[in-house]
Design a binder for this molecule. Structure first.
Ligand SMILES: [Zn+2]
Length: 302
């Protein structure tokens, strides 16, 4: 390799693998572009980018198991910390969007020089996973937060709520200019009958490879990272999905929300702000409306 060549994973995607004996399944994701867009749209601080990015990455990885065309998965984290609530919503097509109550909130790095995600998120609360699979009721799993670092919390969710022993590693590497250098995640999940020996081997290997964000930063593809993790363990790749930041808001969708308000409420909004506009909380797009447009929409309703 030429000196000074930058190694990087150029697209946002995830891959899935299963070992030959079907004892473990792995999901590996690279989401630097997705997290960069979340950072730009929400103007997040370094630590808030990491917190938001980890939740959104976990949601995209979990969402890759959704089967139905219209299935939606949401992760909601509320730990009582300065970040407030973090919500990420994804569909089965690899599209994700996310919000954080206080994007500007930040904390000094920890003694080991790491972004203090646990401190920003807080530990006094819950992580909730809501799967809307088009059934009468969505599936909701809610477990207490362990550390607020998100990775451990997602692992605890898998164990407590879905009875799947899992190793979860999520990471976001933020540059000094606040841009996202790398981001991604790794899930290793034990399948029924998995041998402890194999799980321990993988756990030790992942630990020795260092933080997932650094590992991704030093690699040119997820397939290469998978090789580093599996080494002598025979496995096959069983899936791949591109992921992107994509909101499902639209002019019509937000117009309908306004049309649901009374004429007095609309007038109040117009008088206090001088205009009729709505900002999508998930992507920060601002939509403008005229009073006539909304009133006409109201009249169309039965
Ligand atoms: Zn939106």
């Amino acid at each position: 390799m030429k000196k000074g060549t930058v190694i990087m994973i150029k697209k946002d995607y995830l891959i899935k693998a299963v070992d030959e004996n079907q004892q473990v399944r792995l999901i590996l994701a690279s989401t630097a572009g997705v997290v960069q867009e979340a950072h730009q749209r929400h103007h997040t601080s370094a630590t808030a980018s990491a917190a938001l990015g980890r939740v959104l990455t976990a949601a995209l990885m979990m969402g890759s198991d959704l089967k139905g065309d219209k299935d939606v998965l949401t992760i909601r984290v509320d730990g009582g910390g300065p970040a407030g609530v973090i919500i990420a919503t994804v569909d089965s097509h690899g599209h994700g969007r996310a919000l954080i109550s206080h994007p500007q909130a930040d904390l000094p790095s920890t003694e080991t020089g790491k972004l203090d995600v646990g401190g920003l998120v807080g530990r006094d609360g819950f992580i909730e996973v809501i799967k809307d699979l088009g059934l009468k009721q969505p599936f909701v799993g809610k477990v207490p937060l362990v550390s607020g670092e998100i990775g451990e919390d997602v692992a605890n969710y898998f164990l407590q709520s879905e009875q799947i022993p899992s190793l979860v590693s999520l990471g976001v590497l933020v540059s000094t200019d606040l841009s996202i250098k790398s981001a991604g995640g790794l899930f290793i999940q034990a399948m029924p009958g998995a041998e402890d020996e194999l799980l321990e081997k993988l756990e030790n290997r992942v630990l020795s490879l260092g933080p997932i964000s650094s590992l991704l930063d030093k690699s040119s593809s997820l397939e290469e990272v998978m090789e580093k993790i599996m080494q002598d363990i025979p496995y096959r790749l069983v899936g791949e999905q591109e992921v992107q930041f994509k909101c499902n808001c639209s002019h019509e969708r937000l117009a309908k929300i306004l049309a649901g308000l009374s004429s007095e409420e609309l007038q109040d909004i117009e008088e206090s702000t001088g205009k009729l506009e709505v900002c999508c909380n998930f992507c920060n797009e601002v939509y403008h409306f005229t009073r006539e447009e909304i009133e006409a929409l109201k009249k169309r309703k039965p």
